[in-house]
Structures are given as C-alpha cells and as structure tokens.
Design a protein around this ligand. Structure first.
Ligand SMILES: C[S@@+](CC[C@H](N)C(=O)[O-])C[C@H]1O[C@@H](n2cnc3c(N)ncnc32)[C@H](O)[C@@H]1O
Length: 356
C-alpha cells in the first residue's frame, strides 16, 4: 500500500525512502559535476581543443572535435555521466508513478476540482506536434505522460542540486520582476508555467494580484494545481496555447515566461510575442528568463550545448541559441529594459509594451 510521505515546507518528500536515497545520490553527484569534476573535465577539454580551429559558432561541432573529446576518459565520462543522471532520474520516477498509477491518479483527481484557485483543462485542445515531443529524456514529454508534472518536479529537484527545495530560485526570480510603468499590478500571466513554480512565487510576491498560469500540458497543470491547493495559494491554471491565450486585450500588467522560448520552434516565436503584446496593458512588463542567444560559445561550451540538443532531447534549443532573440523582441514591438546574465547560461530579457 502506498502512503503520502508529506512535505518539509515546500519540499514534497519522495514517495519512498528507496527513491529518496537514490535521488539524494543523484543530487550529490550533480553537485560534484558542477564543481571539481566539471572544472577538471572543462580544463582537460579546453586543452584538447586548443589546436582546433573553431567553426562558425552556428554550425554543429565537427566530428573530429567530438571524437577527440569523447575518446578522452575524463571528458568522455563527464558527458556520459551527465546523461546517465538524466536517464536514471527519469527512469526511476517513471517506474514509481506508473507502477502505483491508481494511487497517484486518485491524488490528482481529488485536487482537480478543489480550491482556492481554478483548474481549467481543455481535452479538445489541438496540441501542436512541436509540443508533443519527448524532452530532456523525460518519458512522454509534457503532454504524453499522465504523471509528467510529478516527474518534472522530482527530476528538477536533483537538477537544481538542492538549491530550489523551498522554491527559493523562483521566489528570487519573482522578486526581480520590475513593476509596470504605472506602478500597479492587478493581473499576472505566467506562460509555459509547467508545474507552476513561478506562478505561485508571483502570487506570493504580488498577493493582491489575480494570477494565471497557462500551459499546453494538462499533466503539468494538474500537478501545479494539486500543489497550489495543498499550500492554499489562490492561483488559476488553464490549458491553452501561449500563441492563443484567449484572454482579453490589454488585460495583464505582467506576463512571465521562464525557459519557454528555447523549447518552441523559431517559426512559432513571433506568434507568441504578438499574443503577449496583445494581452499586456501599455507600459506592462514581459519578463523572460531563458538561454542566451546570438553569442560565440567557448569551444567546450559549444560542444556541450550541441550534446544538450542531440542527446538530452532539446529539439529547438539550437534554433533559439542561434537566433537574435533581442532583435526578435524588438521587431515584435517590445522595448527592452535593462536585463543581464542571471545564471551561467541564462539571462533575463525584460521587456515593456510601449505606451501609446
Ligand atoms: C521547460 S518547461 C518550463 C516550465 C516552467 N516555466 C518552469 O519554471 O519550470 C516549458 C513549458 O512550456 C510548455 N509549453 C511549450 N510550448 C507551449 C505553448 N505553445 N503554449 C503553452 N505552453 C507551452 C511546456 O508544456 C512546458 O511545461
């Protein structure tokens, strides 16, 4: 028989001690990868690549460069274990949720119609093919696996290496979102909200505002809503497309998008930007945090980003990285406010809808 092992503050405990210790190992391993192991592998890789002529930064790394890196025991094992962590996390979580499906299904069902906030699902939504792919090796991706929300939550726990156990990365991000030109925030929309970590953080930072999280993936939204219900946070979730939100014109003061744009094809991006411009009030803020674009990577960074695209199933990331996102935002009609590097490979794009 399954039991709910409860939570420690915002941290949902793993469903079993076995899984908890397995993921604790992954978290520790990932901490080591981001520290000594990663530094040693990067230094070795840079030495190995010293004599390589770098191709145009938009081109894939040449085969000879890949072979040189991957035949080196230190660099090769670093890349393999990075992927192994992803696969181990997802396989173990998928097994747990699928083999106890009834228990988890009942948990989601019980929360679906509970409050304080709303959950609007649209079983008839025409989900575009580009949003159906498997992502980061997560089985079924965001829309094709009933427990995608739970899997994403527990898998990102070790990905964030213990730095987000109480949602603190999202709280800090929400606090960094600037106010609209007119200084008031009544309505907020979080597009590509996933399991709602930024959505709830925005509500906590702007408690008087009505906050909506929007995502294409019903499993992500159901888990987001279940968590908000457990925490008594009054946020609403809706299953719609970022390019067709069906909200009224000029009805939001702030729109946020955390790591959405590198996961949509470039041909879709302009329609999302047009939609955000439509629903924002003049002077309203569009806060985006995503990959950096249009810049030359160091050779090993270039290789790792290519591996992320090919091995780690990031189908649209290279299109995004090679684009000029600042230019695309300006072309769409946004004014770019100050925004800088926020994490090693992410940056903020802080946009305002022009007044008049
Ligand atoms: C990398 S996840 C980020 C989720 C969340 N913002 C977070 O903080 O983790 C990207 C999310 O965007 C959603 N998504 C992708 N394309 C979308 C679209 N066109 N409209 C709405 N949601 C979309 C996916 O379902 C997924 O939940």
């Amino acid at each position: 028989m399954k039991i709910d092992r409860g939570s420690i503050g915002r941290l949902q405990r793993f469903p079993s001690v076995d899984l908890e210790s397995y993921h604790d190992f992954l978290t520790g391993f990932r901490q080591w990868m981001s520290a000594d192991y990663g530094r040693a592998a990067t230094a070795r890789a840079e030495k190995l690549l010293a004599d390589f002529e770098m191709p145009d930064h938009r081109a894939p790394p040449p085969d000879a460069m890949i072979a040189t890196l991957e035949s080196n025991p230190l660099v090769g094992s670093f890349v393999r274990t990075w992927m192994n962590c992803q696969q181990m996390a997802h396989k173990s979580l998928h097994d747990e949720f699928q083999s106890n499906a009834n228990f988890y299904r009942e948990g989601l069902k019980a929360a679906d119609s509970a409050g304080p906030g709303l959950l609007e699902l649209d079983p008839g939504l025409d989900i575009p093919d580009y949003a159906r792919h498997e992502i980061h090796t997560q089985p079924g991706g965001y829309v094709g696996e009933e427990f995608a929300g739970q899997i994403y939550y527990y898998s990102t726990m070790s990905f964030y290496r213990g730095r987000n156990d109480q949602n603190e990365l999202y709280t800090a991000m929400a606090r960094s979102v600037p106010l609209p030109a007119y200084g008031k925030v009544e309505r907020i929309l979080d597009i590509g909200c996933g399991i709602g970590q930024l959505t709830v953080a925005m509500k906590e930072v702007f408690p008087e505002a009505t906050v909506w999280g929007l995502d294409v993936g019903a499993p992500m939204l159901r888990y987001a809503h279940k968590q908000a219900v457990e925490w008594g946070i009054d946020v609403n979730y809706t299953q719609r497309l970022a390019e067709d939100t069906r909200f009224e014109d000029e009805s939001f003061d702030i729109v946020t998008a955390y790591i959405l744009f590198h996961e949509v094809p470039q041909k879709v991006t302009p329609s999302i930007l047009k939609e955000v411009l439509r629903v924002l009030k003049p002077g309203g803020i569009f806060f985006i945090r995503d990959f950096q674009t249009n810049r030359k990577h160091a050779p090993f960074g270039k290789y790792m980003s290519w591996k992320d695209h090919t091995l780690n199933e990031e189908p649209w990331s290279q299109e995004f990285i090679n684009s000029d996102f600042v230019g695309t935002l300006k072309e769409a009609g946004f004014t770019l406010l100050e925004g800088g590097e926020s994490q090693p490979f992410l940056r903020d794009y802080i946009c305002q809808k022009p007044v008049g």
